[in-house]
Design a protein around this ligand. Sequence first.
Ligand SMILES: Cc1cc2nc3c(=O)[nH]c(=O)nc-3n(C[C@H](O)[C@H](O)[C@H](O)COP(=O)(O)O)c2cc1C
Length: 187
Amino acid sequence: MNQTIETIMNRRSVRFYASRPIPREALRTILEAGHAAPSGMNARNWRFVAVEDPLFKNKLLSLALPRYQAWLEKAPEALKNMRKEIDAACPDPIYYNAAAIIFVIGSGMTSDLDTPMVCQNIMLAARSLEIGSCWVYFGQLPLDDLKVRNILELQEQEKVYGPILLGYPQRGFPEASPKNAPVIKWI
Ligand SMILES: Cc1cc2nc3c(=O)[nH]c(=O)nc-3n(C[C@H](O)[C@H](O)[C@H](O)COP(=O)(O)O)c2cc1C
């Protein structure tokens, strides 16, 4: 296996993060790797908001938690059980105390196709630098808050992908989970 395939195969969602910050240089490299993603008509209609400020991270968490709990109450039993273990392990079941929260913000005709590739590049680049990552859809829960939208400078036509958490893993990278074989029809 070459280095690239190894990085792809070894990427896992990390949910336990060390408190140490990510050097700005590494963060910049990771975001530049995100920015290298392909896009329809080479439009590159995306931008990043990288949140490292502990106060703003706390603000996001305090807005997300009650929304998450309301969602959890109505969630199917299987999902509740799945989240139980995660919720018991960390006082922050949304952003997992990650060093950085990257809001990947896309707009334009092909953004639903382009921007997830940006996110994947970010997660793979992070893995190649021994930095953990996790796409956390629940991390979008505070985005109905006007103050948060203003701070992110979110425009009407923009859509948030991720956010992607980044941080050094506190407990290493999880083992690869068992995955079913890909469905392939050879012709
Ligand atoms: C669109 C999307 C949304 C996700 N949202 C969450 C989330 O809110 N919280 C979380 O802990 N993991 C989230 N994940 C991570 C998935 O649970 C994870 O990718 C999946 O279980 C496979 O595990 P792996 O990434 O370690 O291979 C999300 C992943 C994707 C692609």
